[in-house]
Design a protein around this ligand. Structure first.
Ligand code: PLP
Length: 375
C-alpha cells in the first residue's frame, strides 16, 4: 500500500454509531443542533477562546474573520501558505499584498510587513505555517502602530501550545481548518476564534445567512454552518488527539535522528523552546529544487508520496500580484513534507530518511509541483 504524507485519524465506528443514533432519534441534522453546541463548547475550552464557533470549513472561517472585522482594501499576507490563505481574501474582494517571510522561522517577517503598508491597508494575515508560531509580538507591534487588524491562519495549529496557551488563541481573530488532512478533523470543518464581542457577533450571525435571532436580518451573510454529522465525527475524534501527537512526536524524532548526518543539507523545521508542537507536519528544507526533485523520486521508488507543501509561493500564482519576496521564493521550491501520522510504522521514518539521504548525491527527474492542489 502506498504511503501518503498523512492519514486521517478514524474513530472507533461504534463511537460514531452511538453519536449518530442521537441524530436519528432527534432528526436534527443542522442549524446549531446539540452536537454542534457540545463540540463548540469543548473547543472553546480547549482553545481558550470564549467567543469561538464552528464553520463548514477553514476557508469560510477565514472569510467570516475578514467580514467580522469589516476589512477593506489591502491585506498584507504571506506567500508561504496554502492557496486558501490568499484566495479567501480575493473571494472577499480584498487585495492580498505579499510581504516576505523570515528565513529561519518561515513565517511572515514584521519588518517586511511594515514596508508594504499603504493608506489602503486594513489588516495583516499571517499563517502559523506547519503549526510553527509566527512572530506574534513583532506582528502585533506593527499592527498596533498602524491600527491594523491582526488575523492568524491557524489551520495547522490544533494541539500546539505556545508560551503556555493554545497557538490559535493569538491575534484579533484566528481561524482553524478541520479538513480531513489537518491535525484534527471533522471531514470538512473549521473554527473562528475572535477576541472582540462585536467581531465575534458579526462573524457568527454571518455564518447563518446574517440571521440575528429568528427573523432579524441586518447584515448579508452566507451559509457556513457545520452540520451535526460533522460535529459527531469531531466529538468522536477528540479523545484521540493527544495519542496522535505523541505518536507523531516519536516519528518526528526518528526523522531527526536519521537525517542528522546531512546537517544543513536536509534541515527539519526549528521548533522553538516555548512551543508544545503538534508534529502535524515534517517539512525538510533541502539545498535546491533539484535536490527536492531527486528526493521526491527516490521516495516514489519506495511507494512513498512526499508533498511539495507549499510551492509555488502564492505571489507567483497567475491571479495574484507579483510583489517580490526573495526569501519565500528561495524557500518554497526547497521544502518537502515527509509522511507523518500515527499509523506510520515505527521503522518507516528511518527507511524514508535513508532513501532521502542517498538521493542527495544521486540523479532523478522532475515531479509535478503539488503545492496548490489538495490541502
Ligand atoms: C487547509 C487550509 C486552509 C483551508 O481550509 P479548508 O478547511 O480546507 O477550507 C486554509 N489555510 C491553510 C493554511 C490550510 O492549510
Amino acid at each position: 500500500m502506498s504511503t501518503h504524507v498523512t492519514r486521517s485519524p478514524v474513530p472507533p465506528l461504534d463511537d460514531l454509531v452511538e453519536r449518530l443514533r442521537t441524530i436519528w432519534d432527534s432528526a436534527c441534522f443542522t442549524n446549531d443542533g446539540p452536537l454542534v453546541q457540545e463540540f463548540e463548547q469543548i473547543l472553546r475550552e480547549r482553545l481558550e477562546v470564549p467567543l469561538g464557533f464552528a464553520t463548514a470549513n477553514g476557508t469560510l472561517a477565514l472569510q467570516l474573520a475578514f467580514s467580522g472585522l469589516e476589512l477593506s482594501g489591502e491585506v498584507i499576507t504571506t506567500p508561504l501558505s496554502f492557496v486558501a490563505t490568499s484566495s479567501s481574501l480575493q473571494w472577499m474582494g480584498l487585495t492580498p499584498v505579499f510581504a516576505d517571510v523570515d528565513a529561519e522561522t518561515w513565517t511572515l517577517d514584521p519588518e517586511s510587513c511594515r514596508e508594504r503598508i499603504t493608506p489602503r491597508t486594513s489588516a495583516i494575515l499571517a499563517t502559523h505555517i506547519y503549526g510553527l508560531p509566527c512572530d506574534v509580538d513583532g506582528l502585533g507591534a506593527v499592527a498596533r502602530e498602524h491600527d491594523l487588524a491582526l488575523v492568524f491562519d491557524a489551520s495547522h495549529t490544533f494541539g500546539c501550545r505556545y508560551r503556555g496557551r493554545p497557538l490559535a488563541s493569538y491575534g484579533d481573530v484566528s481561524t482553524l481548518s478541520f479538513h480531513a488532512t489537518k491535525p484534527f478533523h471533522t471531514a470538512e470543518g473549521g473554527f473562528v476564534c475572535a477576541t472582540a464581542d462585536g467581531v465575534a457577533h458579526r462573524a457568527r450571525i454571518q455564518r447563518n445567512f446574517g440571521f440575528d435571532g429568528l427573523d432579524s436580518l441586518q447584515v448579508p451573510g452566507i451559509n457556513a454552518k457545520l452540520s451535526e454529522l460533522h460535529a459527531a465525527l469531531g466529538l468522536c475524534l477528540l479523545p484521540g488527539v493527544e495519542r496522535g501527537i505523541e505518536a507523531r512526536r516519536a516519528r518526528f524524532e526518528s526523522y531527526r535522528a536519521a537525517l542528522a548526518p546531512a546537517g544543513e543539507r536536509a534541515r527539519l523545521a526549528r521548533i522553538p523552546d516555548d512551543l508544545d508542537y503538534n508534529y502535524a507536519y515534517c517539512p525538510v528544507l533541502l539545498e535546491s529544487e533539484e535536490a527536492v526533485r531527486r528526493a521526491w523520486m527516490a521516495l516514489l521508488d519506495l511507494d512513498v508520496y512526499a508533498r511539495r507543501y507549499f510551492d509555488p509561493p502564492l505571489n507567483r500564482l497567475p491571479w495574484t500580484s507579483a510583489q517580490r519576496t526573495p526569501v519565500a521564493e528561495d524557500l518554497c521550491p526547497r521544502l518537502l513534507c515527509l509522511p507523518i501520522f500515527e499509523e506510520l510504522p515505527d521503522r518507516e521514518p528511518e527507511r524514508i530518511a535513508s532513501a532521502l539521504l542517498r538521493s542527495l548525491d544521486g540523479g532523478g527527474v522532475a515531479p509535478p509541483s503539488a503545492g496548490t492542489s489538495g490541502a
